[in-house]
Design a protein. Structure first.
Length: 209
């Protein structure tokens, strides 16, 4: 079973409070999402493998550690996931970025893919699937399924806010996927919004209604 990580770092929790506030405007909201994403990236990459190399400092030669060159892919779920990409790229500038576009069929209520563009070597990369909200888990599960169908073997799901229903749905459908969250909220309401949540992340990022 994949693990669930709720980040308790004080900086993350402070910034999550600010994005919850309904009075936080789009400009500040975007900046905060980027900052939280960068802090999440720090935590998500904690297990990246290292190797030892010899380096010469101004004083003497020494042995130190560098990343082994493991390939990373960042895959936002459109459109709200776009708000998290820059924060990850700040720490992982060599990562490739893919995109998954989903919409909900009004009759079946199931997620439908309308856009999918991934790095050509997706099967060799550790993929970070990013989306601000993990609500019902429907979009996340569909996106993970699409990634697997394209050959992805290593996937982590990274969200700002989640709830027990969404976490359970992903764990039941994709038990090997680890989930990283800045906060786990109480529940979903009758409109499938996370409570207390922060409203519609896409609308707040891009100033739409």
């Amino acid at each position: 079973m994949g693990k669930v990580f709720e980040m308790d770092h004080p900086l993350i929790q402070h910034k999550v409070t600010l994005i919850r506030d309904k009075n936080t405007g789009s400009k500040e909201f975007r900046e905060l999402v980027r900052e939280i994403s960068m802090l999440l990236a720090y935590e998500v990459t904690r297990d990246l493998p290292l190797e030892e190399v010899e380096v010469e400092t101004p004083v003497q030669k020494t042995v130190s550690k560098v990343l082994t060159g493991r390939k990373i892919g960042i895959v936002p779920i459109l459109r709200a996931g776009l708000g998290m990409v820059d924060g990850f790229l700040n720490l992982l500038p060599a990562a490739k970025v893919g995109h998954i576009g989903l919409y909900r069929d009004p009759e079946t209520l199931l997620p439908v893919e309308y856009y999918l563009k991934l790095p050509s070597d997706v099967e060799e990369r550790d993929l970070l699937l990013v989306d601000p909200m993990l609500a019902t888990g429907g979009s996340a599960n569909a996106a993970i399924g699409f990634l697997k169908a394209k050959g992805a073997k290593s996937i982590k799901l990274v969200c700002l806010i989640g709830c027990p229903e969404g976490i359970q749905a992903v764990q039941e459908a994709h038990e090997e996927v680890d989930i990283y969250l800045a906060a786990v909220d109480e529940k979903l309401n009758e409109h499938a919004y996370i409570v207390p949540g922060l409203g519609d992340a896409g609308d707040r990022l891009f100033g739409t209604k």
